[in-house]
Design a protein around this ligand. Structure first.
Ligand SMILES: NC(=O)c1ccc[n+]([C@@H]2O[C@H](COP(=O)([O-])OP(=O)(O)OC[C@H]3O[C@@H](n4cnc5c(N)ncnc54)[C@H](O)[C@@H]3O)[C@@H](O)[C@H]2O)c1
Length: 364
């Protein structure tokens, strides 16, 4: 199969969908891989790295779409790319169709086969192509939070690990899912005192089993949250209610109970955020201050660490790319339930039921 890897053109996106190691695997299986010049630069891979593993380099994004049977990307196609997608071409990427009717209609009109990373679901019901980005964001939340706790950037001036004779900083994590556990692990590693709250007792039992004793679990309730925000330095929002907006666990009114310079990192910003005062920010201008409380609410945190994020993402996407390339999409989706759940739009027909409901599209 001819596989195309375009350079991502969405703002703040430096990841690439296939690494030179991925090209090596695909070429070994007899496929041809066409990579746009410069596609890997943002993630630390040069055109020469790709050429060495057998890729053909193409100068333009138009050529990559025109030459290939399957496009493997990171972010959803943006308007400029809509007309480049060809009839019957497989497009395997994050689509997040539900947030854009325009994209959905463009992909219906393209008559391409669209398989969405974010809905690929494994036998345990988890989303294997979302997990690595949650892992990156969870770990980054502490790195960013520790930075914004510094006084020159309006934080409380607390060193999370403390020093001999001075107690460590206190980190409160709301949600003990993938993001929350990774955040708790990083904070604990720095020596901070960590409190992690969830409404799911299974998750709290798991955290209690695997974390050191300075990570304390508690049930998530308004009472407990109100109690803890008064004396924690860094608060991480990491809750998710699948298919719904995140609940506002910290209201505007509660900010006055926190100490000035407390830092809030709302990782759940992409689901509306779990603090009432959350507003999406970008890596160019990641924070804002309300009532002396520093807010960090970047919606694509992994974008700041493209080298790590690219490797983490491609580790999990490559096995699926290989299946699609080796078997073709029909056989691959027939034999593999994970990929089947990623099928969203096939040659002009919406096959993902949830998508039909979101846009009230007619059943075909
Ligand atoms: N900003 C970014 O760059 C970025 C990157 C990756 C993920 N995310 C977002 O981070 C959020 C968390 O993702 P995840 O992968 O950890 O999800 P997850 O499903 O693994 O975990 C969410 C946890 O929240 C818990 N929860 C639900 N209601 C709660 C409540 N009231 N109090 C406490 N806990 C509650 C759930 O029980 C669950 O354990 C999602 O919104 C996801 O989209 C953002």
């Amino acid at each position: 199969m001819k596989i195309g890897v375009p350079k991502e053109i969405k703002n703040y996106e430096s990841r690439v969908a296939v690494t030179p190691a991925g090209v090596f695997e695909l070429v070994n299986c007899g496929h041809q891989v066409f990579v746009q010049e410069g596609a890997g630069e943002g993630s630390g891979f040069s055109d020469d790295d790709y050429k060495e593993t057998g890729a053909y380099m193409l100068p333009t994004i138009e050529a990559v779409y025109a030459m290939t049977d399957m496009i493997v990307k990171v972010k959803e196609p943006i308007a400029y790319e809509y007309n480049l997608v060809k009839k019957n071409q497989i497009v395997f990427t994050y689509f997040h169709f539900a947030s854009s009717r325009e994209l959905t209609e463009a992909m219906i009109n393209s008559k391409a086969v669209c398989i969405a990373y974010e809905t690929v679901t494994d036998a345990e019901g988890t989303l294997p192509l979302l997990t690595p980005m949650s892992e990156v964001a969870g770990r980054m939340a502490i790195q960013q939070g520790a930075k914004y706790l510094e006084k020159p950037i309006k934080g409380r001036g607390v060193l999370l690990g403390g020093v001999p004779g001075v107690p460590p900083g206190k980190v409160l994590v709301l949600g003990a899912g993938v993001v929350g556990v990774q955040a708790a692990k990083m904070a604990a590693g720095l020596g901070a005192h960590v409190t992690i709250l969830d409404i799911n007792m299974k998750r709290l039992r798991y955290v209690n089993d695997v974390m050191p004793s300075h990570v304390v679990t508690e049930f998530s309730s308004v009472y407990n949250i109100k109690k803890h925000i008064k004396n924690h330095d860094l608060i991480i929002g990491a809750v998710l209610i699948p298919g719904a907006k995140a609940p506002s666990l910290i209201t505007r009114d509660m900010l006055k109970d926190m100490r000035p310079g407390t830092v809030l990192v709302d990782v759940a910003v992409d689901q509306g955020g779990c603090f009432e005062t959350t507003m999406p920010t970008t890596h160019d201008d990641p924070t804002f201050i309300i009532d002396d409380i520093v807010h960090y609410c970047v919606a694509n945190m992994p974008g700041a660490v493209p080298y790590t994020s690219t490797l983490a993402l491609t580790n999990v996407t490559l096995p699926y790319v290989l299946k699609l390339a080796n078997m073709g999409w029909e056989k691959a989706c027939e034999q593999n339930g994970d990929l089947r759940s990623g099928l969203s739009i096939v040659k002009g027909e919406v096959v993902a039921k949830e998508l039909l409901e979101v846009f009230s599209l007619p059943l075909v």
